[in-house]
Design a protein around this ligand. Structure first.
Ligand code: MG
Length: 455
């Protein structure tokens, strides 16, 4: 297997340890060699944003690229700009939801989508072989700032929702920006939508003093408390680069991303009178349930938002997304979009009533998660063995093995980065999910032991 530079979320590491200026500059050279021409660049709010922006830009210019520096922006705002400006591609400097000491570099394709794997491989080849476009002093690139991209992006989001209904509803929303890139666009968007916004951690600050940027229940305690204290209609939180959004309902209940994914999917299918919704095989059945009930069709993919986005294009889906709060609205753009997700849920609440009431209509399933150690070199044969072991049941091998039981399902999936298998099981009750998990763990243990014995 070729050496990899880009993981599922780009290149990431601790700043000045793995993620150094030297590395960032060479990644910039490799990207510039691949993209040849105008390249848009943006950062999130981390302390290392300026350092890495300069290093990546220097690399890009050394290979002849013309850098358009958009400043600090959410990842989807950069993607929106790339899609609409005719540049060759984009570079986002972010580590999304990771702790503040991390940073990363992620590429955006010319159409604004996340870079597909085959193109990343070409950039990786340039990087590892140090084959960079060599420019003379006459032909090195330049850099210039581009202002106002955040406003035009937020304006585009506003045009995608029913503004009149939102404005009439006179809603109050508590917005937690996690001191991240969403701070520069989302509070402004709420204002433009005629929503009264109460903001938390809405100043970009690279040390993330409010809380870490993954929108988990532990990190959103202040948001929950503020929604309760103010009697707001809902609470909203982005991750560090604002491509994902998590909600808190009017009663102060934290809503996991599968619930909001199901709510929006159901609403969009109902509005369209049918249509295809794309989501990874790991997504809770609550999404399939509501999509089918609304007269739509669900299509499952491997795990990973670029895969979901590409499948959506291929099948002409009306909606798609992941259960981590990364929702994709094709009429806006084919990538996860935090502000768009926020605006759409506000529209739904404005039109259909309280979020707690709407959520009560989404089925609830219990989830069980576990992991087992497994050497990377036997993962493939363990998977094949599992399919045989479960041959009497319905299985789906889109990504790992998904096994269907009478009262739930399990997904047994090898990690792409660690020597482990993950087992996710879902059931009508906690007990059912655990039993399914136990059954799968037993088979997986045996399959691993047998594969090891053959080595
Ligand atoms: Mg993110």
């Amino acid at each position: 297997m070729a050496e990899r530079l880009f993981g599922t979320n780009g290149v990431r590491g601790v700043v000045n340890e793995e993620m150094t200026v030297q590395m960032a500059m060479e990644v910039g050279q490799a990207i510039g060699t691949f993209m040849t021409g105008k390249v848009a660049l943006a950062t999130d709010s981390r302390t290392s944003a300026d350092m890495l922006r300069c290093a990546v830009s220097a690399g890009l210019m050394a290979s002849g690229a013309e850098v358009l520096d958009l400043g600090m922006l959410p990842t989807p705002a950069l993607q929106y700009y790339v899609k609409n400006s005719g540049v060759k591609g984009g570079v986002m400097i972010t580590a999304s939801h990771n702790p503040p000491e991390f940073n990363g570099i992620k590429c955006v394709d010319h159409d604004g989508t996340e870079m597909p794997r085959n193109k990343e491989e070409q950039i990786e080849k340039f990087y590892f072989t140090k084959t960079f476009a060599h420019k003379t002093w006459r032909s090195v690139g330049s850099i210039r700032p581009v202002n106002g991209v955040g406003q035009s992006y937020a304006g585009a989001v506003k045009r995608q929702v029913d503004f009149a209904i939102i404005q009439d509803a006179k809603m109050t929303v508590v917005m937690d920006c996690a001191n991240g890139a969403g701070s520069v666009t989302s509070p402004w968007l709420l204002d433009q939508l005629g929503v009264r916004a109460i903001t938390l951690n809405a100043n970009p600050q690279g040390t993330f003093p409010g809380h870490e940027s993954e929108p988990t229940p532990e990190h959103l305690k202040d948001l929950v408390a503020t929604v309760k204290a103010t009697g707001a209609d809902l609470g909203v939180a982005h991750d560090g680069d604002a491509d994902r959004t998590i909600f808190v309902d009017d009663k102060g209940t934290y809503l996991y991303g599968d619930k909001s994914l199901a709510l929006v999917a159901s609403y969009i299918v109902k509005e369209a009178g049918g249509g295809k919704v794309v989501t990874p095989v790991s997504t809770s059945s609550c999404v399939e349930d509501v999509v089918k009930k609304a007269g739509g069709e669900i299509i499952y993919t491997k795990v990973g938002s670029p895969i979901v986005a590409r499948k959506m294009m291929e099948v002409g889906a009306i909606f798609g997304g992941e259960e981590n709060g990364g929702l994709i609205f094709p009429e806006h753009q084919y990538c996860r979009d935090g502000a768009m997700t926020m605006a759409k849920v506000i529209e739904i609440v404005a039109k259909e009533g309280k979020l707690s009431k709407l959520m009560a209509q989404v089925p609830s399933y219990a989830l069980d998660k576990r992991k087992l150690d497994c050497r990377n070199d036997i993962k493939e044969e363990v998977l094949e063995d599992l399919v045989v072991r479960f041959q009497d049941r319905r299985t789906d091998t889109t990504d790992g093995v998904k096994v269907f039981f009478d009262n739930g399902w399990a997904l047994v999936r090898p990690s792409g980065t660690e020597p482990i298998f993950r087992v996710y099981s879902e059931g009508m009750t906690k007990d059912a999910a655990k039993k399914i998990g136990d059954t799968c763990e037993k088979e997986l243990r045996e399959a691993i032991a047998e594969a090891m014995a053959r080595k």
